[in-house]
Ligand binder design. Structure first.
Ligand SMILES: C[S@@+](CC[C@H](N)C(=O)[O-])C[C@H]1O[C@@H](n2cnc3c(N)ncnc32)[C@H](O)[C@@H]1O
Length: 441
């Protein structure tokens, strides 16, 4: 491995592999990661058309102790993607050893292991990848853009990258705490003592301290030495506002990579980036106006309003057409991330008998005004994860008892748009194309 990684960062992850994990726990449970759900990857990265058969290749760059790798491998095995392959790359040998043991316990054979710096990817002669996960890694590099370019060098032209990068606003208290601990530990060379000092400090902070105020947002400091070090003592750690990510990776700035960014916060989807979904059950009159502003501006405002986004999770793709389109009758809508049925959703959307209503989503805590349209509840009732919109609308018309002619697909898509948008923003309603159900050729 040429000397192009940060030695202090490497020694941290050799001594304290992250996330801390006992591989033997894999006998009992599977860790799920938000971005690596195949139906999510399919919806946001492959226009819902990816079957993951025919030699699908994924790279997990800076894969650490293996959460994303194991989850991907398990799902690919479960759908019978026999020739799919995952490469797990990390510069920490200790982390790879844990991830490998987890795969061994599970009998997963669809993974290969590369001990190297991701900056060396352009020269490793690996076959190109359909999907790359790089979660919590680029912000620990001296030059994150060099890292991103290295990832792109091994990505297929129609491939996608799932990224997690630290978010500035939500980590305000973390950076103050890191600064505090640098001062406290300025005479301390021993990491064990640094960690002990941090524990002592955490236990004694006044309630007015910014980290103490926002402590509920963070969990790593409760997850043992590796977590404390990663969160509060890291030697190389930077963060981004959502606007900075649009500038860096998107097409808003001439220096940017010109790619499309689809944000999906863990459990909340894109709702924390949408002012009208952040402003709660009594939105001010200006909420409707803010909703008409450009997407980037809405996202920047919402990040500042909500204040609790600690990481940005996003899919980076060639362009917006990589997201499954709403409005194509061939697509199959399906509920996800919650045991929802069409009937259950229909009852909620029918609560005000066709009038706009306040959707209070318990899992995410989001409250948003939704217009269910004239036909929303009937359409929702017909969603079973198997029927396409075309089939659903056919059935809708077959059940039609109105005086006038039954509405056509264009009318029904327009009527259901607000309901789809609300449920999709929460990642509770996704799309796939029938091609995704095809088996290997
Ligand atoms: C915070 S951990 C994240 C692990 C995993 N991706 C996750 O989300 O759970 C960062 C990982 O990136 C790895 N890493 C940091 N710099 C790297 C580099 N230049 N090349 C390869 N791996 C690197 C570290 O060894 C560590 O395992």
């Amino acid at each position: 491995m040429p000397d192009n990684y940060l030695p202090q960062v490497r020694s941290q992850y050799e001594a304290l592999p992250y996330p801390p994990c006992d591989p033997e726990d894999d006998h009992r449970r599977l860790v799920l990661t938000w971005l690596e759900d195949l139906p999510m990857i399919n919806h946001y990265c492959f226009a819902g058309r990816q079957s993951f058969q025919n030699g699908f290749r994924a790279l997990v760059a800076g894969g650490g102790t293996g959460d994303a790798t194991i989850f991907l491998a398990e799902q690919l095995r479960a759908i019978g993607a026999a020739d799919a392959h995952i490469v797990h790359l990390d510069m920490s040998q200790a982390s790879i050893a844990i991830a490998k043991r987890r795969a061994e316990i599970r009998g997963l054979s669809n993974i290969s292991w590369v001990h190297d710096s991701l900056l060396n990817l352009p020269g490793l002669q690996l076959e190109a990848f359909d999907y790359i996960n790089c979660s919590g890694v680029l912000h620990h590099l001296a030059d994150p853009d060099l890292g991103f370019k290295a990832l792109r060098s091994v990505l297929k032209a129609d491939g996608a990258i799932g990224l997690m990068l630290y978010a500035t606003t939500g980590r305000t208290g973390v950076y103050q705490m890191q600064q505090l601990m640098r001062l406290v530990n300025s005479q301390e060379a021993d990491d064990t003592r640094k960690i002990a000092n941090t524990r002592e400090m955490l236990a004694s902070l006044p309630a007015s301290n910014w980290f103490a105020r926002s402590e509920a947002l963070h969990h790593d400091h409760k997850a043992g030495d590796a977590g404390i070090y990663d969160l509060l003592l890291h030697s190389q750690d930077r963060s981004y506002s959502v606007g900075e990510l649009f500038d860096w990776l998107g097409s808003d700035s001439p220096q940017g990579h010109g790619l499309h960014l689809a944000f999906s916060d863990v459990q909340r989807g894109r709702s924390p980036y949408l002012p009208h979904m952040v402003l709660g059950s009594k939105p001010p009159a200006m909420a409707a106006q803010l909703r008409r502003l450009p997407r980037r501006q809405q996202y920047e405002m919402a990040e500042l309003m909500i204040g609790d986004i600690i990481t940005h999770s996003l899919y980076v793709t060639r362009d917006a057409s990589c997201t499954a389109p709403y409005g194509d009758a061939d697509y199959i809508p399906f509920f996800y991330h919650e045991p929802l049925t069409g009937e259950m959703a229909a009852q909620v959307f029918d609560s005000q008998r066709g009038q706009p209503f306040m959707l209070r989503h318990q899992h995410s805590g989001v409250s948003v005004m939704v217009n269910p349209g004239k036909y929303g509840p009937q359409i929702l009732r017909l969603i079973d994860g198997q029927r396409s919109f075309g089939d659903i609308f056919e059935q809708f018309r077959a059940d039609w008892r109105g005086q006038a002619a039954a509405p056509d697909n264009t009318v029904l898509f327009a009527d259901f748009a607000a309901s789809f948008e609300a449920l999709n923003a929460l990642e509770r309603l996704l799309l796939r194309h029938p091609l995704a159900d095809a088996k290997a050729a």
